[in-house]
Each structure stands twice: as C-alpha cells, then as structure tokens.
Design a protein around this ligand. Structure first.
Ligand SMILES: *Cc1c(COP(=O)(O)O)cnc(C)c1O
Length: 272
C-alpha cells in the first residue's frame, strides 16, 4: 500500500493508491496490495498458488519516503524463494545512486529477479529500462514487446553517458556523504519532528499542525523547490551533485519558510 509504480495501465493497477485508479478504470486485474513492511500480511497475500510475483519499492517515495523495517527485503526475498515466485523491485526513484548505493536493495544485499529503472537513467532524456536475471529475461524474445520509441538510439546513448558519468563521480558515495550532512541539518531545524530516508532521498516529518504544502509554497517563493508527497511531510531529493554550500543555502531557506508558516499559523511571532 502507498506504492507508486507509474501511469501506464498495468503499473497503475499495481500502484497501491486506490484514488489514483479512479480516472482510469477499467484496469487490468490481478493485483493486490498489502501494507508496506508488514511481512505477515505479505505472507498471507502470496499464499494462493496463483500468485506469481511480488512488486515493491525498496523505499516508498510517493508515500513519503517510507523505509521498510530492517530485514524486510531479506525476508521478502526468502518468502519469494520459498514460494517459487519472482521478486520485482521498482528502483525508478531509488536507483542509480540516490540512496547511497547503486540500488536501494543493496542496503540489504539481496538479489531481486527483476528491477526497473528510469528517471535518473537519462539525466533528463526520457528513458526507462527493466532488467532481469538471465533465465527470467529469457521469457521475452525479440518482437514480444516493443513500442514506437522503445530502445531508440538517442535515449540509449544518453543513458549510457549518464551511467558513465554517475560512475565517474561516484554517485552513491556523493549521495551517502551529502545525504548524511543534509539529514543532520534538517533534523536540527525548528518545526522538523524527524527525518527519514537514505542518502539523498529524505523526508522531513513536520511537527503536528504545520501544513507541509504551505511550507513548500513559502519555500518556492524564496527560491527552493520542495514537495509534500503526503500531509505533514516534505520530500527532499536534490541533485546527487549538490554541494555542501548549496545544502546550507537550501536548509537556510527552509528554516525561514518553516518559521513564516508557523508564525502565520499561530497568528504571531512564530511558535519556537
Ligand atoms: C516515477 C516513478 C515511476 C514511473 O512513473 P510514470 O508516471 O509511469 O512515468 C514508477 N515508479 C516509481 C517509484 C516512480 O517514482
């Protein structure tokens, strides 16, 4: 639940947010969502022999940067092995260095069967990709699947160039180091109750009563782009090349935005 897997029909059906489904019915059937991080619920859901795969994000981004309990991915891997079903990981938001590893599943050193990547793969050029263990990938042969622009050389060249650059700059190392700094700075801000996430995919959970959307609006007016994927939560996913000075500047702006929203909400000189 709370997952986001995209807006093509099957991935929308797989997305665990029923309100996103409404405008697009009828949807492909056969998807079932369970609470994220709840191994017991997943065990029950995969019990029927008809179940073929588990699809999940290694960290749920749209749900507000939800990191699963430690050991969850390892346990899901074991469960999939026991049942002989596939483990498919959506790393479109978390992959390619963002969380301080090349892939977020590497935080638990598991091996998924299928992995999706997109977003950062093209560094702005539209490209998405799906890779799989060799024996699983063999289920497709040339011609089984395609699209008008699928595999087109310009996007693929951008993807290859981006991967080379991510390697050259050690993107996971940058995300891990700068992310740790950003996490510390965010945690020290008045109005921020807690910080969660990994690397440079972070969420600041605001103190009760602070409207996160108002904070994003105020920050935008001051030159800082943020979003509030769920109420009370700000998501921060800056470029992996962000400098410490830029982090300082952003945290400074966010501090001002938090103060002005808390001041407006209490009708006076700020709550802290
Ligand atoms: C962006 C994203 C997708 C792809 O979304 P589209 O709307 O289909 O481009 C899939 N999964 C995750 C986790 C994403 O963040």
């Amino acid at each position: 639940m709370g997952s986001f897997h995209g807006r093509t029909l099957a991935t929308l059906a797989a997305t665990g947010q029923p309100k996103k489904h409404e405008a697009f019915r009828p949807l492909p059937e056969g998807f079932r969502s369970v609470p994220y991080g709840d191994l017991g619920a997943l065990e029950q859901a995969v019990a029927p022999a008809s179940v073929t795969a588990v699809l999940l994000e290694a960290i749920e981004g749209e749900a507000g940067v939800i990191v699963p309990p430690a050991g969850y991915l390892t346990a899901v891997r074991r469960l999939c092995d026991e049942r002989g079903i596939l483990l498919m990981l959506d790393e479109i938001q978390t992959g390619l260095g963002r969380t301080g590893r090349w892939f977020a599943f590497q935080h638990e050193a598991i091996r998924p069967d299928v992995v999706t990547v997109a977003k950062s793969l093209g560094n702005g050029m539209p490209i998405g990709a799906c890779w799989a263990r060799r024996d699983i990938a063999a289920a497709f042969v040339a011609g089984d699947h395609g699209s008008t622009f699928g595999g087109q050389p310009l996007a693929c060249a951008a993807g290859i160039a981006t991967l080379a650059e991510l390697e050259a700059i050690d993107a996971p190392g940058l995300a891990e180091r700068t992310g740790a700094y950003l996490e510390r700075r965010l945690g020290a801000l008045a109005g921020v109750a807690s910080v969660r996430g990994k690397g440079l995919l972070l969420a600041a959970v605001l103190e009760p009563g602070l409207d996160a959307t108002e904070v994003t609006r105020s920050a935008l007016g001051l030159g800082l782009v943020l979003n509030a994927p769920v109420p009370g939560v700000l998501r921060l996913a800056p470029p992996l090349t962000v400098s410490i000075a830029e982090v300082d500047e952003a945290v400074g702006i966010l501090g001002v935005a938090l103060e002005s929203v808390s001041g407006a909400e209490t009708g006076g000189g700020g709550r802290w």
